[in-house]
Design a protein around this ligand. Structure first.
Ligand code: TZP
Ligand code: MG
Length: 207
């Protein structure tokens, strides 16, 4: 089952990463995507091993951003791959059918590509401008999600969509109303992990 709330980790050092991940797990978030762009191989491995241990303790899902080999090495639950990363087909061969593979999309064409590649969920964004990611793709806004979800419906595509990019508390209700499965946030939870209560109330309102 793909969670409705994904935390994308942030931090420039091992300690920042681990502190942010720890406080997010403490808040009750059960899906962590480890994203440590500035770390060298050894630093990222250290954080991945410790995060794997933490996620086991908290019964949380661990997804590794970009690095398929690292996901294998630490026996993470899966990977998240951008359009310029390893292909999902290749990752599936390495990781097998039991692991979760998420793929990024910015357009309906990307969504079709991801569906053909048989990913388990699609991270669709950015919703709005954010400084968390460099080289942002064009902003989708609510209309972007509505248009893409309509195209998916017409084509009978039901792969879960996770909205990402600059998402704030006040965006959740409208985003969920478009029919997306869930959201991925980084800054929102890093800066104030206690908002998870409100986030969950808003995300699970239709169940
Ligand atoms: N991919 C698209 S936007 C983004 C990523 C990793 C950053 C999301 O972080 P924030 O702080 O929630 O905008
Ligand atoms: Mg990537």
């Amino acid at each position: 089952m793909i969670s409705k709330l994904h935390y994308i980790s942030q931090g420039n050092t091992i300690d920042e990463q681990l502190n942010n991940i720890q406080q997010t797990l403490d808040s009750g978030c059960n899906w962590i995507q480890l994203r440590f762009k500035n770390g060298n191989t050894k630093e990222v491995l250290t954080v991945a091993e410790k995060t794997k241990h933490l996620c086991e303790q908290y019964k949380a899902t661990l997804i590794i951003n970009d690095k398929v080999d690292l996901a294998s090495q630490v026996n993470a639950d899966g990977v998240h791959l951008g359009l310029d990363d390893m292909s999902i087909k290749e990752a599936r061969i390495i990781l097998g059918s039991q692991k979760i593979i998420g793929g990024t999309a910015n357009t309906f064409e990307h969504v079709l590509q991801r569906v053909n590649e048989e990913c388990d969920y699609i991270g669709l964004g950015p919703f709005r401008f954010t400084t968390t990611k460099e080289k942002l793709s064009p902003i989708l806004g609510l209309e972007g999600y509505q248009t893409i979800l309509n195209q998916m419906k017409k084509n009978n595509i039901s792969t879960p969509l996770i909205a990402i990019g600059g998402i704030q508390l006040e965006d959740i209700t409208l985003l969920i109303e478009t029919g997306i499965h869930g959201i991925a946030v980084s800054s929102l939870l890093t800066q104030n992990p206690t908002v998870i209560t409100t986030l969950n109330e808003k995300l699970y309102v239709n169940i």
